[in-house]
Write a new protein. Sequence first.
Length: 68
Amino acid sequence: MDKPAQFQKHSLESLRFESECLQMASRSRNPDLQAHFIRMARHWNRLAMVALGEHTIENFRAAETVTI
C-alpha cells in the first residue's frame, strides 16, 4: 500500500474511533465518562487531521516532483 493510501486509511480509522467515542459519550449517564469519551473523541480527531495533513503534504510533494 502506498503512503497516501496509508494516510487515508489511518485518517478514516481515526474518524471512526472519534464517532464511536462521541456515541459512547451520548449514551453514558456518568458525567466523568462523558468527559472522558469527549476528550478521546478530540484526540482521535486530531490524529485524523494529522494523517490528512500528511496525505496532503505527500500529494503536494508528488505533484511537485512531476512538474519539475
